[in-house]
Design a protein around this ligand. Structure first.
Ligand code: MLT
Ligand code: ZN
Length: 468
C-alpha cells in the first residue's frame, strides 16, 4: 500500500480534489466489466493534461508505485482492474475533441473521448467512425486503442489499429512520444505507434490520438437468417460475400435469441425457431443491390442453408434486428458468464467450433452455453453461464479447469486465445497457446525498453515477474 505522504505528493501534481481515496471511488474505478476480481486500488487520480500525466508517471517511478489506466472500464479481460494497491489513472477529464481536419478526414481526440461521442461528431461532419462496439456508449478511445478494439464492423473496416493516424503517448519513464505524426505514408523504420495499440497500457499511456474517418455508409440494410445448423452459416457467408460488400456478418445461437426475447423489449425476427442465426449488413445503395441480396437469400434457401429470414425495410427495423445481436453481452451478464473470445482463420471455423463444442458439452453438461460472435472475422464468443445458485468463485474455478483443453484446440488450429478483448489478467496464463516463447521474450524486452521499472499496468498481458 502506498504511504499517505506519497499520496499527498500525488495530490500536489493535479488539480484540487482530483485524487480520490474514498471506498466507493476505489471500488468503481478499480474494476472493469470482468467480474472475477475484487478491486483494491490505493487511489484514483484524474489528470487533465499531458503534463499532468507525465508528472504522475515520474512520481510513480520515484516511489515505485504501479499505475493502472482507466477509460470506460468496459473491458472483459481484467485489463483495467486494480486489485493490488495500484493507483488508477482515470482519463475522464481528458475527454475533448481537440481538432478536425476535413481535408485529411482526421479528428484529434483526448483519450477520454467516448466512442459514441466520436461517432456522433463524425456524423455531424457527414463522415463516419467505423469501429462500433456494444459498449460504444461508455468505452473510451484510449481504451479502444489499448485493446485494439474490434466489434461488429471488422469484416469491412478492420480493427481500431486501422483508424489510428497518429498517437501521443507518455512512456513508463514519463517521456512524451509523438508517433507517426498522422501521416498516411511513412517509411522511416519501426512503427512505434502500432506497438502501443493493443499494448493494454503496459508500455505507456495514450494521451492524444488522431483518428481517421471514412465516408458515411448509405442506406444500411440488415438481414437476419435462420439456419438449420452451424455448418450452414459458412456457405451463407461465402454466398453473400461473393455478391455483396458486407459491412457485418455476425451469428448467435437459439439460446442467445431466447435470452434477448425474454427481455420483452426486442421483437422476434420471424416466427420460425432455428438453432442458429446469421445477421448480415450491407449498403443497399441501389435497387439492384437489394434485389441481389434477396436473390442470394433465395439461393441459400434452395440449398437448404437457410430456413427463414427477414430484411430490414426501415431504420427502425434495422436497429431492431441489430438489437438481437448487440444486446447479447449485456443481457447475459446477469448470469455472470465465463467468457472466451477466440479466433481462427474463417475457413477453419466449422471444424474448430465442432471440436470446441465437443469439449465444452463433455465437461460442462450442466451449464448453459451461449455462442455468438463475429463469424465473418473467424471470432467466436463462447459464454458459459453460471447456474443461478452456484457460488461465483466455484463456478469460475470449474470453468478454468477446461481452459487447457479449449486452448489446446486453439493452438492446434493456429488461432488466438483473445481475438478482441485483450489478454489482461484473465488470459495472461494462457498466452503461450497463441505466442511462442521467443515472441513472448521479445514482447517482454520491448516492455523493458518503454517501462524499465515495470510500473505501467503490471500483471497485465504477462504474469507479474517473481521477485528474486
Ligand atoms: C460482443 O461481441 O458482443 C462483445 O465482444 C462483448 C462480448 O463478447 O460479450
Ligand atoms: Zn465481440
Amino acid at each position: 500500500m502506498t504511504h499517505p505522504a506519497v499520496i499527498d505528493e500525488l495530490m500536489a501534481l493535479v488539480d484540487p480534489g482530483k485524487v480520490l481515496t474514498d471506498p466507493a471511488s476505489l471500488e468503481a474505478y478499480g474494476k472493469d466489466w470482468t467480474k472475477h476480481y475484487a478491486p483494491a486500488p490505493t487511489a484514483v487520480v484524474f489528470p487533465k493534461s499531458v503534463e499532468q500525466v507525465q508528472a504522475i508517471v515520474r512520481w510513480a517511478n520515484v516511489h515505485g508505485v504501479a499505475l493502472v489506466p482507466s477509460g470506460g472500464r468496459t473491458g472483459l479481460s481484467g485489463g483495467a482492474v486494480a486489485a493490488h494497491g495500484e493507483v488508477v489513472v482515470a482519463f475522464d477529464q481528458m475527454n475533448r475533441i481537440l481538432d478536425f481536419n476535413a481535408f485529411d478526414r482526421t479528428v484529434v481526440c483526448q483519450p477520454g473521448v467516448v466512442t459514441a461521442q466520436l461517432q456522433a461528431f463524425a456524423l455531424e461532419q457527414g463522415l463516419y467512425y467505423p469501429v462500433d462496439l456494444a459498449s460504444s456508449g461508455s468505452s473510451q478511445i484510449g481504451g479502444n486503442i489499448g485493446t485494439n478494439a474490434g466489434g461488429i464492423k471488422v469484416i469491412r473496416y478492420g480493427m481500431t489499429r486501422n483508424w489510428v493516424a497518429g498517437l501521443k503517448v507518455v512512456t513508463g519513464q514519463g517521456e512524451l512520444l509523438e508517433l507517426n505524426k498522422d501521416l498516411i505514408k511513412n517509411a522511416t523504420g519501426y512503427d512505434l505507434r502500432q506497438l502501443f495499440i493493443g499494448a493494454e497500457g503496459t508500455l505507456g499511456f495514450v494521451v492524444e490520438a488522431t483518428m481517421r474517418l471514412d465516408r458515411a455508409p448509405r442506406n444500411l440494410t440488415a438481414m437476419v437468417l435462420g439456419t438449420p445448423d452451424f455448418d450452414s452459416i459458412m456457405p451463407v457467408l461465402h454466398a453473400f460475400q461473393g455478391k455483396l460488400d458486407l459491412t457485418a456478418f455476425e451469428f448467435f445461437s437459439d439460446k442467445g435469441l431466447a435470452k434477448i426475447l425474454a427481455r420483452g423489449d426486442v421483437p422476434a425476427p420471424f416466427a420460425s425457431d432455428c438453432p442458429f442465426y446469421a445477421l448480415l449488413e450491407f449498403e443497399a445503395t441501389t435497387e439492384q443491390v437489394a434485389e441481389q441480396a434477396l436473390a442470394t437469400f433465395e439461393h441459400c434457401v434452395e440449398q437448404g442453408w437457410v430456413l427463414d429470414g427477414v430484411m430490414s425495410q426501415s431504420e427502425t427495423q434495422l436497429n431492431n434486428l441489430w438489437k438481437l445481436r448487440e444486446y447479447l453481452s449485456e443481457t447475459i451478464s446477469h448470469w455472470t458468464p465465463y467468457k472466451n473470445d477466440i479466433s481462427v482463420t474463417v475457413s477453419k471455423v466449422p471444424a474448430f467450433l465442432r471440436d470446441i463444442d465437443a469439449i465444452v458439452s463433455a465437461h460442462y453438461p450442466d451449464y448453459e452455453v451461449v455462442w455468438y460472435g463475429h463469424i465473418g472475422d473467424g471470432n467466436l464468443h463462447l459464454n458459459i453461464l453460471k447456474p443461478e445458485h452456484m457460488d461465483k468463485d466455484a463456478f469460475f474455478a470449474s470453468c478454468t479447469k477446461v481452459n487447457k483443453w479449449v486452448f489446446e484446440i486453439v493452438q492446434r488450429y493456429d488461432g488466438s486465445i483473445s481475438a478482441e478483448h485483450g489478454v489482461g489478467m484473465t488470459k495472461r496464463d494462457y498466452l503461450g497457446y497463441s505466442r511462442s516463447p521467443e515472441e513472448i521474450a521479445c514482447m517482454k524486452a520491448i516492455k523493458a525498453v518503454f517501462d524499465p521499472n515495470g510500473i505501467m499496468n503490471p500483471g497485465k498481458i504477462f504474469a507479474p515477474e517473481q521477485k528474486q
